[in-house]
Design a protein around this ligand. Structure first.
Ligand SMILES: [Zn+2]
Length: 229
């Protein structure tokens, strides 16, 4: 869809940032995935402990396949932990399990950015599929309203990736606090390890927000250029 043209250069810094973020999350996970925590239990048990102490006893915990596929499903109130995390006792696994429990707490408390994010999922599913095709048709036909409409639809996706940022940072902040409050983290080294893993994971969301912002800038530029022709 994105044929090559000089405006594509705009995206390159974002792609470099995304590659860097991906590499950092992998290296943090590799390093802290090998270091056992002093807590006598698995990441799934840590998640259970966090959920109970925050009044989220009704949330189910399930294993799921694939690496880094860990997520919280607000609709089914289910926390899914990947194979490498579920039964692991590593610093990385415990941090991730606590982060997902942080999302369950956000839902229970009605954390506004999570609400906004969940509410915009069905809208963004539609707009993100339509934006580029409509924009391209607008360019081909030199039909300005369609170009603008395509850009506006694309911008809803950008907004979504920006809303995701506070949701992710807040879940990690809750995770560290809960792990400390429940005496699961027992040394400064353990806390630093968890923070490094969660920060690296958050950077991948920052990178994808930057990439989508740069894509938006590129569409605006392409649209303006067409208008001048
Ligand atoms: Zn998250």
């Amino acid at each position: 869809m994105f044929y090559f043209d000089p405006t594509y250069i705009i995206i390159i810094p974002g792609l470099i940032l995304a590659l860097w973020a991906q590499a950092s999350v992998q290296s943090a996970f590799k390093k802290y995935g090998r270091i056992p925590s002093s807590y006598n239990g698995t990441a799934a048990q840590v998640a259970r402990a966090m959920l109970i102490s925050s009044g989220n006893d009704d949330v189910a915990i399930e294993p799921t396949q694939g690496t880094l596929g860990d997520h919280y499903d607000p609709k089914k109130r289910t926390l899914r932990l990947s194979d490498g995390v579920y039964s692991s006792n590593s610093i990385a696994a415990i941090g991730i399990a606590a982060h997902e429990a942080g999302h369950a707490m956000q839902q229970k408390e009605g954390y506004p950015f999570l609400k906004l994010r969940s509410a915009s999922v069905p809208v963004v599913n539609i707009t993100s599929n339509l934006s580029i095709p409509l924009f391209m048709i607008g360019l081909l036909l030199s039909f300005e309203p369609l170009i603008t409409f395509g850009i506006i639809l694309f911008a809803t996706g950008v907004l979504f990736s920006l809303i995701t940022l506070p949701v992710e940072f807040d879940a990690s902040r809750r995770a560290v606090k809960m792990l400390n409050d429940n005496y699961i983290l027992r040394s400064r080294e353990e806390e630093d390890g968890v923070k490094k893993v969660l920060r690296a994971a958050a950077m991948t969301y920052v990178a994808s927000a930057v990439v989508s912002l740069l894509h938006l800038a590129r569409l605006v530029l392409l649209g303006n250029r067409r208008r001048r022709d």
